[in-house]
Design a protein around this ligand. Structure first.
Ligand code: DAK
Length: 255
């Protein structure tokens, strides 16, 4: 059985982590296969939104602790593991994390690297790394703090406590909480809605929202305006605007 399951239901692509015996702990093999699957779907014109999920019991319980326990700092550095996380960050197609069960450490960082999180009422979010004597290493201290603010981020990271999906939603980490059995179907439904809009506009919008975390307001507004002009230059913009005036559904070609 493959360590990553890929399903194509154009315009939606689905990638499921499949290492259930270790609660989808992110070892090198799993991360490699994940990055490869995402790159392939990202390059596929027929795919306009990607759902990334795990299983009902666990989205992912973190980086593989056994693998880390054996590695030296220099081996970790040489292995360029962070490159894989950068590759995920650079996926241009909107990414919806479908989270059920444990979403911890690197698993929580992976969900946060997606564009939005749809979570089952069973989901538990945490960054328990300090309990292992390390700290989050794939964006946990940065993305969690930006998502939920300093007070909650400090609480989660320093105390190691898990957030329920309701608390995570209230805090701004999770976009939608759904019933236990609906975690994947709801995420696919959200992805279909995303995939029905102009694909170039979606990618530019994603880029622009992400820019909000990295720049002062003035710079961000300027960036947004430039991306809007770029969107205007697309055939999709012409189609979308004309379709509205002609009272018909737009047919976006991604051009
Ligand atoms: N790694 C390896 N195996 C894991 C694992 C993990 N993170 N989490 C669970 N497993 C394995 C367990 O060892 C167990 O295997 P067997 O004993 O059956 O062989 C199996 O999954 C089922 O787990 P449990 O028996 O423990 O199940 P429970 O329901 O009792 O408990 C749990 C579930 C999620 C509360 C517990 O398994 C747990 O505490 N897991 C560890 C959670 C954790 O501390 N996660 C943070 C890991 S540190 C980096 C980027 C990122 C990172 C590091 C570097 N670079 C870019 C360099 C990230 C670091 C982390 O995520």
């Amino acid at each position: 059985m493959s360590i990553v399951l890929v399903e194509r239901e154009p315009p939606v692509g689905i990638v499921l982590l499949n290492r259930p015996e270790a609660l989808n702990a992110l070892n090198d093999e799993l991360m490699g296969a994940l990055v490869e699957a995402l790159a392939e779907l990202d390059g596929d014109e027929a795919i306009r939104c990607i759902v990334l999920g795990g299983s009902e019991r666990a989205f992912a319980a973190g980086a593989d602790i056994g693998q880390m326990a054996e590695a030296t700092a220099m081996e970790m550095y040489e292995a360029r593991r962070i490159d894989r996380w950068d590759a995920i960050r650079k996926v241009r197609t909107p990414l919806v994390a479908a989270v059920s069960g444990f979403c911890l450490g690197g698993g929580c960082e992976l969900a946060m690297a997606c564009d939005l999180i749809v979570a089952s009422e069973t989901a538990q979010f945490g960054q328990p790394e300090t309990g292992l004597g390390i700290i989050p290493g794939a964006g946990g201290t940065q993305r969690l703090t930006r998502a939920v603010g300093k007070a909650k981020a400090m609480d989660v990271i320093l105390s190691g406590r898990f957030l329920t999906s309701d608390e995570a939603e209230r805090a701004g980490l999770v976009a939608r909480v759904v019933a236990r059995e609906a975690w994947l179907e709801e995420a696919k439904r959200v992805a279909s809605a995303i995939a029905s809009k102009g694909p170039i506009a979606q990618r530019l919008a994603k880029e622009s929202v992400n820019r909000a975390f990295e720049s002062p307001l003035e710079t961000g507004l300027d960036y947004e305006r430039k991306l809007l002009y770029l969107a205007f230059a697309s055939e999709d913009a012409h189609e979308g605007l004309t379709a509205f005036t002609e009272k018909r559904k737009p047919e976006f070609e991604g051009r």
